[in-house]
Design a protein around this ligand. Structure first.
Ligand SMILES: Cc1cc2nc3c(=O)[nH]c(=O)nc-3n(C[C@H](O)[C@H](O)[C@H](O)COP(=O)(O)OP(=O)(O)OC[C@H]3O[C@@H](n4cnc5c(N)ncnc54)[C@H](O)[C@@H]3O)c2cc1C
Length: 433
């Protein structure tokens, strides 16, 4: 049987070729962060005024929450057009977190998220529970890819991640159900990786934001008014006009459309991803988030597993309004690929499938964060392309720092800024999926 995986292999090759420059930039930025010299070129504001946040799921809610944490005392309005959140990426995601990235800021964002998730009660009170299962990603690499994966793991360790580097024999010893015949390397996140309940997290943050005086408004943003090079007000479909000093775009997969309301070109589009919930006779205790080198992934969920794979590029169109699961992916790709890696998966039963949208940044599959260089009171917090839940705490805090202090104070996110879109210079991140 032909599984047609050339597309993914080609993409993996591209990533490998692109990896190095990020490492150099990593060191450059690390030096700047130490001196606190990163100024965003936006005017630091007093802690008053008004902020309108477009999109009230996980990222918008974390922006609102951290604005208050950073001492913002003015008006904060979060506009959400679907208060059921049924189509939000947050509600439909696989809710997993990893530190195995190639760029230091992605690692740092994950480390902050994992620390919050582990200590969720300290942040949100004794009843807070997001079911954080701190179990690592087991990333499988081929012999050909082994040197790159090993080097990445060493860089991840350098930036605080706790990564085991395993030979095929060591991986087999740990996971006796694993087929390692064509494996060259496996890396495992001992700490700061795993999965959680994204819905519960979003509800916690929303509730706490509301307790802190943030107003959630049910409405569809259809127009952004501009005066003197700034966003002066946000207009809703029902005609309501909300004046603002700052406007944040956390509209997820609609991030590109919202930017267009201000005449800004942002290559963020909805791309469909399907998740299958299956039952299989595989021991789930100790089962990690298994990320195969074919691109297929699987992890425990409830009394079964969830799994998925990215479609080939040619079958990955703009997906606005389309939430129909792509059932062909399981039969044609996921099942044969995973059954090869874990032979016990020969016997599976599909329980259900659902599809949500990646807010795909077509330039480089990384988030776009921070102020627009000219319309400086318009801030981006979108485009994460599959890792926005894990990076939502760090993004919310970063945007709040921009607004309240005029610069990043904790993690420098300036490399994720919009100027790379204008210059057409993609971030070189080896490990995006
Ligand atoms: C199948 C799948 C699996 C994923 N797995 C993971 C994972 O394991 N780990 C991870 O970290 N990430 C994962 N992601 C990505 C993650 O879900 C997103 O990056 C994240 O949820 C983005 O959060 P958000 O708040 O920006 O977007 P959303 O949750 O989509 O929220 C955006 C909100 O904006 C609202 N909105 C849009 N336009 C307007 C408008 N004009 N007016 C008012 N409101 C508007 C929408 O109604 C929506 O509620 C996955 C995504 C999918 C689809």
């Amino acid at each position: 049987m032909c599984f047609r995986i050339t597309g993914w292999r080609a993409r993996a090759g591209e990533r490998k070729a692109l990896r190095r420059p990020c490492d150099a930039f990593t060191k450059f930025i690390a030096g700047h962060i130490a001196t606190g010299a990163l100024d965003l070129g936006v005017n630091a504001m007093s802690k008053s005024g008004s902020v309108v946040i477009i999109g009230g799921a996980i990222i918008g809610s974390f922006v609102a929450y951290f604005l208050r944490k950073e001492g913002f005392e003015g008006k904060i309005q979060v506009i959400e057009r679907d208060s059921s959140y049924q189509f939000s990426s947050t509600a439909l995601s696989a809710a997993s977190i990893r530190t195995q990235f190639g760029c230091h800021f992605n690692i740092s964002m994950s480390l902050f998220g994992a620390d919050m998730f582990r200590n969720i009660k300290e942040w949100f009170g004794p009843d807070a529970d997001i079911g954080f299962e701190e179990r690592g990603y087991l990333m499988i690499g081929s012999a050909e890819h082994a040197p790159v994966q090993r080097e990445n793991a060493l860089i991840q360790r350098e930036y605080g991640a706790n990564i085991d580097i395993l030979t095929p024999a060591q991986a087999k010893e740990r996971y006796d159900w694993l087929n390692v015949e064509d494996v060259g390397i496996a890396t495992y996140g001992v700490k700061n990786e795993g999965w959680f309940d994204a819905w519960a997290l979003m509800q916690l943050v929303r509730k706490e934001a509301k307790n802190l005086g943030v107003e959630y408004i049910n409405g569809d943003v259809v127009k952004l008014r501009q005066e003197a090079g700034r966003i002066s007000a946000v207009e809703l479909k029902d005609g309501t006009v909300l004046p603002c000093d700052w406007c944040v775009n956390s509209a997820g997969a609609a991030g590109g459309k919202v930017a267009a309301l201000a005449g800004i070109d942002l290559p963020v589009e909805p791309r469909k991803r399907t998740i299958f919930h299956i039952k299989a006779p595989v021991p789930s205790e100790n089962f990690p988030m298994l990320f195969d080198n074919s691109g297929a992934w699987i992890r425990p969920e409830g009394d079964g597993f969830i799994c998925g794979i990215a479609p080939e590029m040619a079958r990955d169109p703009h997906a606005e309004g389309d939430y129909e699961p792509d059932h062909y992916l399981f039969e044609e790709f996921i099942w044969p690929l995973l059954a090869h890696r874990v032979p016990l998966l020969e016997q599976v039963r599909i329980q259900r499938a659902w599809a949500g949208h990646y807010e795909m940044n077509l330039l480089d599959h990384n988030g776009v964060v921070g102020p627009h260089p000219e319309i400086t009171n318009f801030l981006f917090a979108t485009g994460f392309s599959g890792h926005g839940v894990m990076h939502s705490p760090a993004t919310g805090r970063g945007i709040a720092e921009c607004i309240v202090h005029g610069k990043y104070k904790s993690i420098d996110l300036s490399e994720l800024g919009y100027s790379r879109i204008v210059k057409n210079t993609p971030i070189v991140e080896a490990l995006v999926y």
